[in-house]
Write a protein that binds this ligand. Structure first.
Ligand SMILES: Cc1cc2nc3c(=O)[nH]c(=O)nc-3n(C[C@H](O)[C@H](O)[C@H](O)COP(=O)(O)O)c2cc1C
Length: 357
């Protein structure tokens, strides 16, 4: 599990809020995030014009405000986020003082600046200069109280070349690309049908035992009945939830309950939209797309056998003639359940990403 430090200086709380949002996204992605508020001896007055005059002057002259935090060991972190407000177009002196005190070397930095709407180019560029000997991977400029959706992409770590090379090795050993041509067309058609199904408003959200189960188009996936019949052979060997002869949605919600999660814990971690998730919740006959089921399996950290069983309940299977399936299989076998890492790897291979946003 990756360890991330989010260090920030915040005078009036806006940068702190962003730091907390970053931490919660990293935790959602399965990482460990420590927040560190940089505390200083000298600050401008909190009210009146003195705030801007003194603070602006302190930032322009880069006065060292005196760091109060005790020793901070940066070496135990894989990535460091460093956040700052914009003061007179600059970073407050606390940021450079923090860098001097901790003296990072060879670390991966992600810088975020929070302004009142003004220019912050110098804020970030001067901080990058102060971080020589490290790698500044990404920077982001935000406005106080503004939208924070951009943070999703900001917090993602780029997939390492080593990981991509390892995935490639797995693909070379397992991908049966000689079948690819025949396999692509029905796969794509199934995706179109399922995407349309996901987009469709539900006509009858209430569960109804009398209503016949909707059959999947022949050739693309099997009907739910077939899946149920085949599933009987798993009884006995599978853990708790898998032993019961249930449909896709019943199994999914049982797995969520077993983990003591709320629905939101699951769909957020899976990168699945609330709408698609509530379709699954409200209509037991609703069948999500394969990429949605795989995303949910990743969020639930199922092993390969369990993933195959969950897929089967929705009428799908993992195939070695699908490049995307081989890639996802690699991550499941290696217990790397970070959906963003998987999606970046799928994207590198021009494959459809998991989830349904
Ligand atoms: C001393 C001082 C100087 C500031 N200078 C700028 C500025 O040059 N440009 C700007 O857009 N906002 C400026 N602001 C507004 C802050 O950048 C903005 O309110 C920021 O979100 C504050 O972050 P914080 O709440 O974490 O301290 C200034 C605020 C202070 C207190």
């Amino acid at each position: 599990m990756e360890r991330v430090l989010i260090a920030y200086y915040s005078f009036e709380g806006h940068t702190e809020k962003i730091a907390e949002e970053i931490a919660s996204r990293i935790r959602q992605n399965g990482g460990e995030a420590d927040l560190l508020r940089i505390r200083v001896k000298k600050e401008p007055p909190h009210a009146g014009m003195g705030k801007f005059m003194v603070g602006g002057w302190m930032a322009l002259t880069q006065k060292d405000p005196g760091i109060l935090n005790e020793e901070i060991d940066l070496d135990s972190y894989d990535r460091i986020f460093l956040g700052m407000p914009v003061w007179a177009g600059n970073a407050p002196g606390a940021i450079a003082a923090f860098i001097r005190k901790t003296h990072p070397q060879g670390k991966d930095f992600y810088l975020f600046a929070v302004s009142g709407g003004g220019d912050d180019k110098k804020t970030l560029s001067k901080t990058i200069n102060n971080l020589q000997g490290n790698h500044v991977i990404k920077t982001i400029s935000l406005q106080q109280g503004g939208l924070t959706d951009v943070l999703d992409a900001f917090v993602d770590a780029p997939v390492s070349q080593d990981l991509l090379a390892d995935v490639q090795k797995y693909i070379d050993e397992n991908y049966e690309d000689f079948e690819a041509e025949e396999a692509t067309e029905p796969e794509e058609a199934a995706e179109v049908i399922n995407a349309a199904r996901e987009a469709m408003p539900l006509r009858d959200a209430a569960p109804s035992a009398a209503r016949p189960r909707e059959a999947m188009p022949t050739g693309f996936a099997r009907s739910q009945e077939t899946v149920y019949a085949e599933h009987a052979s798993y009884a006995g060997s599978a853990p708790a939830a898998f032993e019961l002869d249930e449909g896709f949605s019943e199994l999914l919600f049982q797995l969520i309950d077993e983990r003591g999660w709320k629905d939101a814990d699951c769909y957020k971690k899976a990168n699945v939209s609330k709408q698609v998730f509530s379709n699954i919740r409200s209509n037991p006959q609703y069948l999500p797309s394969k990429t949605t089921v795989l995303a949910l399996a990743i969020a639930l950290e199922l092993d390969l056998d369990e993933t195959k069983k969950l897929l089967e309940r929705a009428g799908y299977a993992i195939s070695h003639s699908s490049l995307a399936d081989v890639i996802v299989e690699y991550f499941i076998i290696h217990k790397r359940y970070n959906i963003f890492e998987i999606n970046q790897t799928l994207f590198e291979h021009d494959q459809k990403i998991l989830g349904s946003k």
